[in-house]
Design a protein around this ligand. Sequence first.
Ligand code: SER
Length: 583
Amino acid sequence: MKAIEIRNKYLDFFERHGHKVIPSASLVPENDPSVLFTTAGMQPLVPYLLGAKHPEGTRLTDYQKCLRTNDIEEVGDNRHLTYFEMLGNWSLGDYFKKESIAMSFEFLTKELNIPVDKISVTCFAGDEDCPRDEETANYWKEQGIPEDHIYYYGKDDNWWIAGEEGPCGPDTEMFYDTGKEPCGPNCEPSCDCGKYVEIWNNVFMEYLKKDGKYTKLSQRNVDTGMGLERITFLLQGKETPYDTELFTPIMDKLKDLAKNDNIESRRIVAEHLRASMMIAVDGVRPSNIDRGYILRRLIRRMTRHLNKLQIDLKELDGLIDLDIDTLKDMYPELAQNKETIKEVILTEKDKFMKTLMRGEKEFNKVMQKIKSENLDIIDSNSVFKLYETYGFPPEVTKDLATENGLKVNMDEVNELFKKHQEKSKQGSDKKFKGGLAGNSSKEIQYHTATHLLNAALKIVINKDVHQKGSNITDERMRFDFTCDHKLTDDEKKQAEDLVNKWISQGLEVKCEKMNKNDAIKSGAECMFIEKYPDEVTVYTIGDVSKEICGGPHVKNTSELGHFKIVKEEASSAGVRRIKAILE
Ligand code: SER
């Protein structure tokens, strides 16, 4: 059975059992600042699991686009995926354990035709928060699952919660026996040897975890999730998702194109390309923070591995066509937005190639030095310097090092990055404290003008313009920003006019302390989110600008005088520099 057939069977089955089919929510969570991406089918439904009325009723089913980013570095093995699709059905205070188990059993054995003896199930073993779930085990027995195919595990395995807090409960998981030899006398579903693979998880969500305590929800819910890629390859008798029709066209094409084939790199390219397209089609654009940074990392890692396979990067265009063609029946939005997807991915690839070319030269110098000293490890300071000076990501340094028989101590590198962030945080705190005392009133005016210029450029050029740096003296301001072209006279004039308009409007400059995540959620602009402490200061100017910033600023834009751009020039690749004065 193909993936799309399994999806359709699933939705039809639950529709026949009284469920309303609802559309997949976006990968970008709408009302949940605690996560970057939708990671499970239940996420968009949290308000309803907590008791709000869903307009479609109490029985729902859908396929949900999901992205999990914890394991990006693991992708390339035979099982990890960042993007996947989760099939799910929900009872919002409607049916509970008995019916849920009966439907799951029927679907697995009658619709997917899985023989009963290939199914094992697990139930919650019980602890001080919640009793042992013998009720669930009994329902499985009633359905015909033999006693010796039922296992009990504790919270680590049979309890489900998204993150730290929220609706949760004991779950029962269904495992598929691949028929492989057991790894030993104690081989059971909880072991990792690959004989048993989890295919479905029904959560009996009747608790709420808050401040470390469990209380009962106002209603008893069921939340189930089945990973589509996984069930597909298992039913097809394949070893990995890459062996199914979702990936074989691109995997084969990559093999044709590769002059230096290796299966890991092909999987990374195939997986990251699909994930990047799905993220891009939901409106995310590459950047240095949050979702944009994940997209950037995926595209960059994919590009690295295309290089490793020695595939000409010009082929990427055609690979996108091919992949969209493969996936268009499942995700028509890909075909509808093909041009945008291409533009996002190909532009980022080009940017990365520029960084790579600059960085690789430096990397080679570092490597020569290390080899000439007969060492086999790149010291962490050099890894850091490659990043700081050449924008060369540590993952790439590590990859290159490995290819050249050298090591990198990533733990130490991560430590170093953390320390540096600490330092720059202290630095900016200090700067803030020194604040008003250390800055002349002219500098403070320029500082506010910087925010206005930033906002104006976003309107005049495009919303993806981001600040890359600034430097302020008593005499002038200098502002660096991402932009791929020399500004036209018209663009400069428009930016100038906007800033002056806002100055003449006398907009109030407001300063608030906020939690970092709330600040981001509220749309506040920032340069590199990692550098900021958990509590940040946000400056809002009328409704034209909102930025995380240490300050200080003027109280009202009317204090600024007349703004004039005196120079516009290139700063570095993809970055322009404006010098401006207040008269
Ligand atoms: N929320 C559970 C999971 O993600 C079941 O849908 O596995």
